[in-house]
Write a protein that binds this ligand. Structure first.
Ligand SMILES: Nc1ncnc2c1ncn2[C@@H]1O[C@H](COP(=O)(O)OP(=O)(O)OP(=O)(O)O)[C@@H](O)[C@H]1O
Length: 348
């Protein structure tokens, strides 16, 4: 078993505390994402797991092996962990095959680098040098090199950040497929929510040196822990409500909740843009709005609506399959509303 378990992990740069009680569990064979804004400590977390930076206290274990507990540390070269940095960091003077085989016993190098080149879709390019490859190809070589010694855990530090949008989407799907084929447990850090949502089995949202929520992508998107996580994962309509038990009283009428909210209180509920349904006719549970703006985005339209009722934000966002011309639209809610509170801790 090679699942990663991190409990109450603290680490610092000099005197500045950076990781402040990180809790993270990545099951054996799972692809996890640590998602958080720039500077929240994602790279520091990966560096502690890889063995390049010491923990102050806490516990980091891979399967049954303790990697660091703040007192003792397993040296990085004995951790069986692969690391893919942002820029790939290939050796420029070595061929692609030599980059992949670097560090392997000589007798294994050729077969293993051929195998890995095929796995990352670069068969036949082993004799080239890194500068003769595109950025995306170089990142695939970096992935192949990290996988070559059969690590139990692979760490990826924003490995697609330098690539253009289309290539990034393709490559991350390929990388996810490659990791699943190899059965490797992996942790990718990113500040890009689309990347996290499309890549991972489990996403841990990091803020100010802590994991504030860990869940499967769909659960995290629909049921974020607070308003900041809600906004970080995508556009959010935060609608004022009186919340009690399993329902919320809102300008749309009574909405059912994702979970029992307990005693009565006031607070926003989350409605994602796809939960707002537009129509041209009024009706029960519908709110009259004016279409402020509608723009085509390729796969859908993003519509900004100005509600005419009180008790709603000044702008609601809906994603629709068809275009909506300027004028009136009636909006109703589809699905469950999710109660969200303001975050109780600092955001950075
Ligand atoms: N070597 C260092 N010495 C001192 N402070 C550092 C060092 N490396 C990082 N820091 C600080 O630690 C904090 C966390 O940095 P880290 O690189 O872990 O964040 P991150 O979430 O990965 O950010 P990004 O997404 O921008 O890479 C930042 O405030 C950063 O300035």
């Amino acid at each position: 078993m090679s699942g990663l378990t991190i409990t109450d992990l603290h680490a610092a740069h000099g005197r500045t505390p950076i990781l402040q009680g990180v809790e993270l569990a990545v099951p054996d064979g799972a692809l996890a994402c640590v998602l958080g804004p720039s500077g929240c400590g994602k790279s520091t977390l990966l560096r502690v797991v890889a063995g390049f930076h010491p923990a102050r206290r806490g516990h980091v274990a891979l399967g049954d092996t303790v990697l660091d507990d703040g007192r003792g540390r397993l040296p990085a070269e004995r951790r069986r962990i692969g690391y893919v940095p942002q820029d790939g960091a290939l050796f420029p003077h070595l061929t692609v095959a030599a980059n992949i085989g670097f560090g392997l016993p000589r007798a294994l190098r050729r077969d293993r680098s051929d195998e890995l080149l095929s796995l990352v879709g670069l068969s036949g390019l082993g004799r080239r040098h890194p500068h003769q490859l595109s950025g995306g190809q170089q990142q695939r070589v970096a992935l192949a090199r990290a996988l070559a010694p059969r690590p139990e855990l692979l760490l990826l530090d924003e490995p697609f950040a330098a690539l253009d949008a289309a290539l990034r989407t393709d490559l991350r799907a390929e990388v996810a497929a490659t990791l699943r084929a190899a059965g490797t447990t992996a942790v990718l850090v990113t500040h890009d929510q689309d990347e996290a949502l499309s890549f991972a089995d489990t996403i841990a949202v990091m803020r100010a040196g802590r994991i504030v929520q860990q869940a499967a992508p769909q659960d995290l998107y629909r049921e974020p822990a607070d308003t900041a996580v809600a906004r970080f994962l995508g556009e959010a309509n935060l609608v004022p409500a009186r919340i009690e038990g399993l329902q919320a009283d809102t300008a749309f009428g009574i909405l059912k909740l994702t979970a029992n909210a307990g005693a009565a209180r006031r607070g926003p509920v989350l409605l994602r843009p796809r939960q707002l349904r537009l129509s041209v006719t009024p009706g029960p549970g519908k709110v009259r709005t004016r279409i402020h703006r509608c723009h085509f985005r390729g796969s859908d339209h993003r519509v900004e609506l100005a509600p005419e009722s009180r008790g709603l934000p000044s702008v609601l966002i809906a994603y629709t399959d068809t275009a909506w011309p300027p004028g009136e639209a009636y909006v109703e809610v589809d699905g469950l509303a999710h109660p969200v509170d303001e975050p109780t801790e600092p955001l950075l």
